[in-house]
Design a protein around this ligand. Structure first.
Ligand SMILES: C[S@@+](CC[C@H](N)C(=O)[O-])C[C@H]1O[C@@H](n2cnc3c(N)ncnc32)[C@H](O)[C@@H]1O
Ligand code: SF4
Ligand code: SF4
Length: 451
């Protein structure tokens, strides 16, 4: 995943409350639900054992080490258990100890929110499949957040789900707390049902479409994630976007499929590895179809982010184009292990430490793995800075560079992140439309550096 990138809709600011809208209703509902939850005494939300754990946790001193950045994203692997077996996925696990225990939950929420200098934390609930757990687990999570939140500190939550197990209880919970939901779906049934399979090997399209319909009926904001590989590309963008629009999805993001990081057989991994240039070609073809036929009814995150950054390069959006995600995006495993973003799963050395043994801020600040990754990012950015599109992509995702160097297919020996053909195409296409409409590129802010 790209992690914190999944939140479906930004929450409106309290200052905008004068204009009533579904988003404002949602914010008001969330604030009231959170305040009511925060007022509950521990005995109303925790069992005796959990209260005893909390007392021990709170008797422990906190590290004075400042956080890695003002804004931190924690991808919480609340459980690695999952009801599906998607063909490309290695994020699920089975057996004992796959679900976060209360001591890890209390420790990590307290540590993440108590770091000096951290003004906001986003918790992305991720798995495995979080809906395998009961919402009451996440109620405890939210209660802990309110207990440890520093004055003025912002806290966000979102979940990522396969949408096949959205029970009434889950729908009520997501509605009550106004939570954004990321839903995974790999396009129309003829594609999705070859890839997103349940434990018995059955396709999941109808169950996913049912889950999406329930979210829509309940007014819960949601965005879809589609994993892109050669099979999906084969279907063509018209079929892909057409189907997603037909089932009512209007916010989409495309993830390039990742190979195993620590393979048993490097040759098999290499044969299924999907290169970044292939992904960029897919986006380039899809952009034309989206621009001509879908742009008024569907938002595609990759295009939206690039268009925003072409206009205002300093816009801060998602992780992919920020250029310095390392230490700001961390994955928290059920046992308390801390890692960089989930894309690095199983990469040798990528477990940075364990929050049950060392303070979270200390782990992030002292990790040699992160220090090396930051140095790589800084060197890569220096190399790529002359690229005409650098102000938009900031060198791209470090994990994509990591893969490109592992498979020896870095674009223009490291001087371009690989996104330039897409950005050239986007600028040309949008420039032509503006020309036809009689708008000067400069006057719209969409200057075309490619021309
Ligand atoms: C690991 S899943 C966990 C959350 C939930 N079970 C779901 O499917 O949305 C998060 C996202 O990662 C995607 N994913 C899984 N394996 C992947 C891979 N090898 N490459 C790229 N994305 C992958 C999934 O399709 C999903 O969109
Ligand atoms: S539902 Fe999510 S975690 Fe489960 S196998 Fe599919 S992608 Fe992996
Ligand atoms: S490595 Fe960084 S930029 Fe790439 S997906 Fe992970 S957090 Fe985002």
């Amino acid at each position: 995943m790209a992690p914190g990138e999944l939140a479906a809709t930004a929450a409106p600011k309290a200052a905008d409350m004068s204009i009533p809208s579904p988003a404002h209703d949602r914010l008001a509902r969330r604030e009231s639900a959170i305040s009511a939850l925060a007022r509950l005494p521990a005995s109303d939300i925790l069992n005796d054992h959990e209260q005893a754990i909390l007392a021990i946790e709170e008797a422990r001193g906190l590290s004075p080490t400042p956080g890695p950045a003002r804004w931190l994203v924690v991808i919480v692997k609340a459980t690695r258990l999952c009801n599906l077996r998607c063909v490309y996925c290695r994020s699920w696990a089975e057996g004992p100890n796959q679900t976060m225990t209360f001591d890890v939950m209390a420790r990590s929420v307290r540590e993440a929110l108590s770091m000096p200098n951290v003004h906001g934390v986003e918790f992305v609930w991720h798995g495995g499949e979080v809906t395998m757990l009961k919402p009451k687990v996440f109620r405890k999570f939210l209660w802990l957040q309110e207990r440890y939140r520093q004055p003025g500190q912002e806290v966000k939550n979102s979940i990522q789900t396969n949408a096949t197990h959205l029970t009434d209880e889950w729908i009520d919970f997501l509605h009550e707390f106004g939570m954004g939901v990321g839903v995974s779906i790999d396009g129309p049934p003829e594609l999705n049902d070859r890839r997103r399979l349940d434990k018995d090997g059955r396709g999941t399209s109808s169950r996913i479409a049912g889950g999406i319909a329930r979210l829509r009926q309940a007014g819960i904001p949601h965005a879809a994630l589609v994993v892109i590989d050669r099979e999906i590309i084969g279907a063509g963008p018209e079929r892909l976007l057409g189907y997603l629009a037909d089932i009512g999805l209007d916010k989409i993001s495309f993830l390039n499929v990742l190979p195993e990081n620590d393979p048993d057989d490097p040759e098999i991994v290499k044969s299924t590895y999907f290169t970044f240039p292939e992904y960029v070609r897919f986006l380039t073809d899809t952009f034309s179809v989206w621009w001509n036929s879908f742009r008024d009814r569907m938002e595609i995150r990759e295009f939206r982010d690039f268009i925003q950054k072409m206009s205002v390069p300093k816009t801060s959006i998602g992780c992919l184009w920020m250029g310095n995600c390392m230490g700001r995006y961390v994955t928290l495993e059920a046992n308390g292990d801390l890692a960089p973003c989930d894309k690095y799963r199983s990469d040798p050395g990528s477990i940075l430490g364990n929050v049950m043994h060392s303070p979270m801020a200390d782990i992030i600040r002292t990790s040699g793995y992160l220090a090396d990754a930051k140095k790589e990012a800084s060197d890569a950015k220096t190399r790529m800075a002359p690229c005409k599109w650098f102000h938009v992509c900031n060198g791209g995702c470090p994990h994509d560079r990591h893969l490109a160097s592992r498979f020896g297919d870095a674009v223009e020996p490291g001087r371009c992140c690989g996104g330039a053909p897409l950005l050239d195409h986007m600028a040309r296409t949008m420039g032509r439309t503006m020309e036809r409409a009689g708008i000067r590129a400069g006057s719209s802010g969409l200057d075309n550096p490619a021309s």
